[in-house]
Write a new protein. Structure first.
Lengths: 316, 329, 575
């Protein structure tokens, strides 16, 4: 087991290295650079800017400098956020995206699992069809369409919620949570698809478990239906749900830039998209590595915990 | 991004199980599918949408590209059932032609997914060892790769047409197919008929094509069916941020994107129609995929024994692997 | 039920009272907008102006700001020697008076400018503004290590170009030593004669020099603050400015908050807070305005109809603000088929500007055929009238050029930035050219930076591009763009008569004569269709009715009205 973990961490490092190289190459292959603007930029201006940000070095030297600095935790400077260190921009953005993602995840898990259990227990009756329909609809509408409609109806027309912003300054929990009226719509929009996902998954998994022989054995032994459900049913049904939970969490937490764009949430997703179009090399390298790190780490953690939870899984 | 749910479910295969009836596997599956009312409705809807896409020039009330800028953003009326868009073009006609783009992007992307995922998964699962590790780590890389940069670059090189779009989407989503195929192959290769075939001197290639492939078809097809709406979602999301098909080609995704700027003037019809179309297609393929899975899953009992406990549910139309979450959502 | 029990008299009194209140409320609403001190002022805690900026400002350091939203913020936080009035004339700000030859502010040969600073001007920490601050900031603007993008605007100062070019170019980089840089810095022609007098020395007469000093890049900064805090000096905790407002909060990516500067030398602003909220999407901003979350917004094209029709609740909040800018067809004079004058003229006559502006852009522009926009000296509506939309004429021109019905034309591709509006514009123009000229053109929608690289280096074939005024005078619109070989000559236009006119105009000191020369050149360039203008953009701005004294000018930065936030106040009448 330990050897496996070590090996996977080594792979993590290698993956990051490869991705950093690929990103660096891709970044410098797309047309247009950070200084391009609608006026001609005088060559001495270009040189001044290049000198300021180290872009006058040969490409390979720029890459190695980046790597050495990155290993010490310094991801460079952002060109477009005048000289703010990329690390601090990413951490600021991540804080926002993570909070949003966690809230959405919690909402999705609670609503989704409840719906799924409810549907499974009333299988083939009206509640089942109702819940399944709601869940499937949640998966049929793209997040941004849902967001557009929610915003137009509840924020603009009815005015119940804010149309934009994530002001943690005077929020529910200063520095962490924004105002309630800014929270609600982005969280719901982001939670819709995962909730549908969880609902269907829970239902299927629970139904599968419910028909297993060991459930009937437990009942035959004399355990009440409630205990059977709790002790054996839910626990076993949780396994496949947990498998999904990891990647979903990783995805949510690294920021959905579409929801962030719709509701003007200053998260890391939005920052990444704008850094690509600004050709902000520092930000691009930093955010890509950060994303890759989170995703690979999340997969790794899930794989490892899976081994603990499901004794049937063997590792080479 | 999200891993395929396959790991916990080991779908066992027909040759290892005594068939309770004399009919063939496929015809039984087909029968089950047809008895599933929801799936039948779904198939009909898909067929209808495909027909609409094919017959677009005949059905569309107006030319989808004719502009009438001074009559832009009209609400639905008798002459324009879906109203007009930002340039005065007929929404309904664009919706109909848009079916072509959305359907072709969705379906063709699956061809790419199949073309890359199937061979890689087969090799990884069958050969095992070194090849397997290499391919699996490669998929890790693709997962963690910065899609956006890759998409921009590909688009810059290949242009913004339908071909580029489905290529891009295929490149970005094949990993789940590969994982699924690998998982299935891993369990399949231990079957007796594979050992038997090998003992008879069959080459790896023959085993893969003659024995494994047919048994993979079931889960494969299901994943492909669920992949179509996923691809369309990605196309819509890409259009929303401006990296979709070139504007002249009507696609549902770009219609939503153009329409959402018009929503402020109360022009909801600009978004509702394409969104409903996408939702309809998604629902149809989802239910079709579900129905397919149920039909092909031999664990379904056609002749259920009477149950000991009236509360214990029998398995039937209940398995529901949800569709993948698009990475860019 | 109870009403039946009330005596009719009581009921009548209640009705009268209600009616009276209603009348009073309506009367409060009809106060005209720009009445200084006329209507009652809201209490201080309601004197809050909520604005929108499109993106997080990359920097608000005056010597580094170059984006429109940065300019808006810089203008409220800092004051320079000069500024603009509503008529776009340069007027003194921190300067005591306009320097002229008569009062000795400008030397006879036009090479020395002496400007006196108002001794009451203060920084937000109470220290007085001195001439040394202006000297420091000008040198800082030219410092090659700062790499400020507006440095080249001040090259008319002696030693400026040499200092700023000390690092060389990408092709021939130089590595000057610290000592060399220091001595080049010394050599820049700006000095403090005493604590309140700045002297500028030019290499040649520059009638627009005062215009350039009105740019935010010339605003002063405090050397001790900058040196103490380095790059972080513009954060809310450390920024020291001399403008009407100070930065009290900056939540990155989210909002900035300004509050009045207690030491400002002008009349204390009525506003107690200005909030700049970052809202990237135009539609989202408009929705925020409708939801009463911001007080000023530019209306996106799709909503213009809704807003401007009579009876709309917003129609009395609407101001239509012209911009000092022009959109034109830029056709590369050195790339086929646009190397042929007649082809350029044909294309310029083939687009229905009315349909473009009133249809696609929903009225956010005014069609034009001349280059210099209205509201500026040098505007001449007559120029270019031969390019008014005329499909038959366009077809004829194309035929005369040898491409009857578009046959024989090489592939033509427009390059455009990939955004919502441009996608609509592109489809419209494609349609127009097909219908009116019979030509099939392609559109390449590319990313912003890629577009800039292509266009600014003259590698495009044909684009639709905007040029906005840096300062309101024709010398910002003609010499830099159309003289042979200049960097901003994107289309590669070359005409020796034009070049000669530019030289003459630069040396001419009489304003009327200068303008006449520019007019001549303007006509020449347009007749040769170096570019063909399409329209002047116009912004539809909504301002909430209780916001008073909101004055919009043509040189505003991102947020319209940003020159005069110190005069804005919120009126007390509720709406």
């Amino acid at each position: 087991m330990a050897a496996y973990i070590v090996r996977r961490f080594l792979w993590l490092a290698l993956t990051l290295l490869f991705i950093s190289l690929a990103t660096f190459v891709l970044m410098h292959s797309v047309k247009g650079g950070p200084w391009d603007t609608d006026r001609a930029v005088p060559p001495q201006q270009v040189e001044n800017l290049n000198h300021k940000y180290g872009l006058d070095q040969p490409l390979w030297r720029q890459y190695t400098t980046f790597l050495t600095n990155a290993l010490q935790g310094d991801l460079g400077l952002s060109f477009q956020r005048q000289d703010k260190p990329v690390t601090s921009i990413i951490l600021d953005g991540f804080k926002v995206s993570a909070v949003l993602g966690l809230l959405a995840y919690t909402l999705a898990a609670v609503v989704g699992v409840t719906l799924g259990v409810y549907a499974a227990l009333h299988r083939n009756h009206l509640p089942d069809y109702g819940s399944t329909l709601v869940a499937t609809l949640g998966a049929a509408v793209p997040a941004f369409v849902l967001g557009i409609f929610l915003k137009s109806l509840f924020a603009v027309e009815l005015g119940w919620f804010a149309t934009f912003g994530w002001d943690t300054h005077g929020g529910l929990v200063p520095g962490w949570l924004p105002r309630l009226d800014q929270l609600v719509l982005p969280v719901i929009t982001l939670a819709a698809l995962p909730a549908a996902y969880f609902a269907r998954m829970t239902r299927a998994s629970l139904l599968d478990v419910l028909r297993q022989d060991y459930m009937r054995t437990a009942r035959a032994k004399g355990l009440g239906p409630r205990a059977v459900m709790l002790r054996h049913g839910l626990r076993n049904a949780a396994i496949p749900v947990l498998t999904l939970a990891g990647p979903i969490l990783a995805a949510l937490v690294t920021g959905s830039f579409i929801v962030e764009q719709l509701f003007e949430v200053p998260g890391i997703g939005r920052a990444f998209v704008s850094s690509v179009s600004d050709r902000d090399y520092g930000m691009i390298m930093g955010t890509t590595l950060f994303y890759a790190f989170v995703i690979v780490l999340a997969n790794l953690v899930i794989d490892i915990s899976y081994a603990y939870v499901d004794p049937r899984v063997r590792y080479r | 991004m999200t891993q395929n749910v396959a790991p916990a479910q080991n779908i066992s295969f027909p040759f290892a199980q005594a068939a309770p009836s004399a009919r063939g596997y496929w015809s039984r599956a087909w029968g089950r599918l047809l008895r599933n009312r929801l799936a039948v409705v779904a198939i009909t809807v898909i067929a209808l949408l495909a027909a609409v896409a094919l017959l677009a020039p005949l059905i569309a009330p107006h030319d989808p590209t004719t502009q009438d800028v001074l009559n832009a953003r009209q609400s639905p009326s008798l002459s324009h059932l879906g109203g007009t868009d930002n340039l005065g073009r007929d929404v309904m006609s664009r919706l109909i032609y848009g079916a072509r783009v959305s359907l072709s992007v969705g379906v063709l992307a699956q061809a790419v997914v199949l073309g890359i995922g199937l061979p890689l998964g087969l090799i990884a699962g069958f050969r095992g060892g070194w090849a397997d590790t290499a391919i699996m780590r490669f998929t890790d890389l693709v997962y963690a790769f910065p899609d956006l940069l890759f998409i921009i670059l590909l688009r810059a090189v290949l242009g913004g047409n339908v071909v580029t779009l489905f290529l891009i989407i295929g490149f970005v989503t094949w990993v789940d197919m590969a994982r699924l195929v690998r998982g299935q192959t891993l369990s399949l290769r231990e079957r007796e008929y594979v050992t038997a075939a090998r003992a008879m001197g069959a080459t790896d290639r023959e085993i893969m094509t003659r024995h494994l492939l047919p048994n993979l078809t079931g889960p494969l097809v299901v994943l492909l069916a669920l992949g179509v709406p996923r691809a369309i979602f990605i196309e819509a999301a890409l259009s929303f941020i401006g990296f979709g098909v070139d504007p002249r080609t009507p696609s549902w995704g770009s219609m939503i994107q153009e329409g959402q700027t018009g929503i402020v003037g109360g022009n909801l019809h600009l978004v509702i129609f394409p969104a409903a179309a996408i939702a309809l297609l998604t629902l149809a393929f989802t239910f079709f995929g579900d129905g397919l899975r149920d039909a092909l899953d031999p664990n379904v009992d056609d002749n259920p024994r009477p149950s000991l406990d009236a509360e214990t549910p029998r398995r039937g139309r209940d398995a529901g692997t949800p569709q993948e979450m698009p990475k860019a959502a | 039920m109870e009403i039946r029990n009330l005596a009719p008299v009581k009921w009548f009194v209640v009705f009268l009272a209600a009616f009276g209140l209603l009348l009073a409320a309506c009367a409060g609403d009809s106060t005209p907008a720009a009445e200084p001190g006329g209507s009652s002022m809201a209490p201080p805690d309601q004197q809050v102006l909520r604005l929108r900026i499109q993106g997080e400002p990359k920097t608000i350091d005056p010597q580094l700001s170059n984006q429109a939203e940065e300019v808006t913020l810089t203008r409220s936080l800092f004051d320079g020697l000069f500024t603009y009035d509503e008529k776009l004339d340069v007027v003194p700000d921190l300067a005591v008076e306009m320097p002229t030859i008569a009062n000795g502010g400008i030397s006879e040969d036009g090479l020395t400018y002496t400007v006196k600073i108002n001794p009451d001007a203060m920084w937000s920490d109470g220290k007085p503004v001195t001439a040394q601050d202006f000297v420091y900031s000008m040198k800082r603007a030219l410092d090659p290590e700062m790499a400020g993008t507006y440095a080249s605007f001040f090259y008319s100062l002696t030693g400026a170009a040499a200092y700023n070019s000390a690092m060389g170019t990408p092709d021939e980089p130089l590595t000057p030593s610290e000592a060399e840089l220091a001595s080049l810095r010394e050599g820049v022609g700006v000095n403090a004669k005493d604590d309140h007098t700045v002297v500028y020395k030019l290499t040649q007469p520059n009638p627009s020099f005062l215009n350039q000093l009105a740019l935010w890049t010339a605003f002063p900064v405090r050397q001790d603050i900058v040196e103490k805090f380095g790059d972080k000096w513009t954060e809310a905790e450390t920024l020291v400015g001399n403008g009407p407002f100070v930065l009290s909060q900056w939540t990155h990516g989210e909002k900035l908050v300004l509050q009045p500067n207690p030491y400002w030398f002008g009349e204390k602003p009525a506003l107690s807070r200005i909030e700049f909220n970052v809202i990237a999407d135009d539609v989202a901003a408009y929705q925020a305005y409708k939801a009463d979350e911001i007080d000023v917004v530019t209306v996106p094209p799709a909503a213009i109809e809704e807003v401007s029709q009579t009876g709309s609740p917003f129609s009395d909040q609407l101001t239509i603000a012209p911009e000092l800018a022009t959109f034109a067809l830029f056709m590369n004079n050195n790339v086929a088929p646009f190397d042929n004058v007649m082809v350029r003229q044909a294309f310029g006559t083939a687009i229905d500007r009315d349909g473009y502006v009133n249809g696609v852009l929903a009225g956010s522009g005014v069609p034009t055929t001349s280059w210099i926009p209205p509201g500026m000296p040098g505007y001449n509506a007559e120029i270019g009238s031969q390019y008014k939309f005329d499909a038959a004429k366009a077809k004829q021109l194309l035929a005369d050029a040898g491409y009857a019905d578009g046959k024989g034309l090489p592939k033509i591709t427009f390059t455009m930035v990939n955004n919502d509006t441009n996608r609509l514009v592109g489809q419209f123009v494609q349609d127009q050219l097909k219908q009116n000229l019979g030509v099939d053109v392609g559109f390449d929608y590319v990313e912003l930076k890629e577009y800039f690289r292509t266009f600014a280096t003259g590698q495009h074939q044909i684009v639709i591009q905007r040029w906005g005024a840096d300062w309101p005078y024709p010398d910002n619109w003609l010499p830099d763009l159309f003289t042979t070989g200049t960097p901003n000559n994107f289309d590669g236009y070359s005409n020796s008569s034009f070049d000669a006119l530019m030289l003459q105009a630069a040396a001419e000191t009489d304003n009327a004569k200068r303008l006449a020369l520019y007019d001549q050149a303007h006509k020449l360039m347009i007749d040769e269709a170096a570019i063909v203008p399409l329209y002047n953009p116009v912004t539809y701005v909504l301002v909430r009715p209780d916001v008073m004294n909101y004055v919009i000018t043509g040189v505003d930065g991102y947020v319209k009205g940003d020159l005069n936030f110190d005069k804005v106040y919120i009126s007390g009448s509720s709406n």
